[in-house]
Design a protein around this ligand. Structure first.
Ligand code: S3P
Length: 448
């Protein structure tokens, strides 16, 4: 069921203590790579064939926006999509506002792509997306020559973006580690003459760089400082259509992985999980906590490595997670907090300021989710401190705040807590992991 099928009606659900989880599953395709495959396919000349695309609402909204901008985007079969692109700077002006629903990534990346084309588009989204900051992307895009109309003042959607007829290449230092800001600048830089450079103090996920190379762009990434990168893109390349195989999403895999760790006696296998080192901070952290996660059969496609994971129920202990690890696990702190609640000892997660501007204020929402289920938790500045007692009382009702990852994390918590955990609305799970509930049930999860 998609969120739109329910006409906005909330879909509550309860998770309760379940027997050992077992079985083998492949979670859906990576969300970041799925968005990028459609956008780059639309900016390339010729045919792009994508297999394993995530058919979640966020990505489907990006597909619609690419159609509205002139590309041909068709579903050829389950998870198989074909895109016939218009070429760099070839977008046509859309006749209606582009609606990105819940997706910050879709919205901000397409803003970058539109900023380099001489067209005007209105960007909009749902109440969650309308509350999120867009200035961080608009600032560099304005430096490149794009103009922001209505909605400019607060930097909030809905807003109008007029792309640049003659975009300028810039050198831009991102103010926060954000793959969305970096990607927006690089996508706009595709139509600028000369070199567009992005410098980031902390390396963020590099899927845009890897995929641009795969589609024929000249792009160089060098180390910058101790944790950063300097990325230089040569503008006005002829991008050619390409085949893209989308690996399984490590951010979605995080949910069955943590579920298997906290439910005693579990033993599950996940196939094709992407292991790009800029996405695997959660797995590093869980291993430090004592998790049994075996990785085998590493292989790669178009620069993105993947592996099979075997995960078994484990006794976990509290750890300290350093701030420089945040970009490589930024979407995983909610479910890590669930694992930390079941661990023995204190887990301190440092440097989580970016969590405040996600689909919801995830720092506050994580603390609330734990508190209503009897876990002691504290927010100290930008750090989250969880007191693990080896078990979780449960019995709470968790508010989803239009955030798919809150809903999935709370349901995972309920699989091992003393009393069931309820969530007020599971509808937003359809944005990133439409089959989450049946897939978890197939492993033995009890939801009702
Ligand atoms: C994403 C980047 C991250 C992440 C989001 C996906 C991407 O956001 O939270 O879910 O695909 O580029 P930021 O760039 O804001 O950190």
């Amino acid at each position: 069921m998609t969120h739109s099928d329910t006409a906005g009606q909330p879909i509550p659900l309860e998770a309760r203590s379940s027997g050992p989880l077992s079985g083998k599953v492949r979670v859906p395709g990576d969300k970041s790579i799925s968005h990028r495959s459609l956008i780059l396919g639309a900016l390339a000349v010729g045919e792009t064939r994508v297999s394993g695309l995530l058919e979640g609402e966020d990505v489907l909204n990006t597909a619609k926006s690419m159609r509205a901008l002139g590309a041909r985007v068709e579903r050829a079969g389950p998870f198989a999509w074909e895109v016939a692109g218009v070429g760099v700077a070839g977008f046509a002006g859309p006749s209606a506002p582009l609606d990105f629903g819940n997706s910050g990534t879709g919205c901000r990346l397409v803003m970058g792509a539109v900023a380099g084309c001489p067209v005007t588009a209105v960007f909009d989204g749902d109440a969650s997306l309308r509350s999120r900051p867009m200035r961080r992307v608009l600032d560099p895009l304005e430096l490149m020559g794009a103009k922001v109309g209505a909605g400019k003042e607060g930097g909030r959607l809905p807003l109008t973006l007029q792309g640049a007829r003659d975009p300028l290449p810039i050198t831009y230092r991102t103010p926060v580690a954000s793959a969305q800001i970096k990607s927006a600048v690089l996508l706009a830089g595709l139509s600028a003459p000369g070199i567009t450079t992005v410098i980031e103090a902390e390396a963020s996920r590099d899927h845009t760089e890897l995929m641009l190379k795969h589609f024929g762009a000249e792009i160089v990434s060098e180390k910058e400082g101790s944790h950063g990168r300097k990325i230089s893109l040569t503008g006005q390349p002829e991008l050619h259509g390409a085949d893209v195989v989308v690996p399984a999403d490590p951010s979605s895999a995080a949910f069955p992985i943590v579920a298997a760790l906290i439910v005693d006696g579990s033993d599950i296998v996940l196939s094709d999980v992407m292991t790009n080192p800029l996405r695997t901070g959660l797995f590093t952290t869980l291993r430090e906590m004592g998790a049994s996660i075996e990785q085998s059969g590493v292989r790669g496609d178009a620069g993105e490595p993947m592996a099979q994971f075997r995960v078994r129920g484990s006794k976990l202990r509290g750890v300290e997670v350093p701030p420089e690890r945040a970009p490589s696990m930024i979407d995983e702190y909610l479910v890590l907090a669930v694992a930390a609640s079941f661990a023995e000892g204190t887990t301190i997660m440092r440097g989580l300021q970016e969590l405040r501007v996600k689909e919801s204020d995830r720092l506050a929402a994580t603390a609330d989710m734990l508190r209503v289920n009897g876990v002691r938790v504290e927010i100290s500045g930008d750090d989250l401190i969880v007191e693990g007692k080896g078990h979780v009382p449960g019995g709470g009702l968790v508010a989803t705040h239009m955030d798919h990852r809150i809903a999935m994390s709370a349901l995972v918590m309920g699989l091992a807590s003393d009393k069931p955990v309820k969530v007020d609305d599971t509808a937003f799970i359809a944005t990133s992991f439409p089959d989450f509930i049946p897939m978890m049930r197939s492993l033995g999860a009890e939801f009702s």
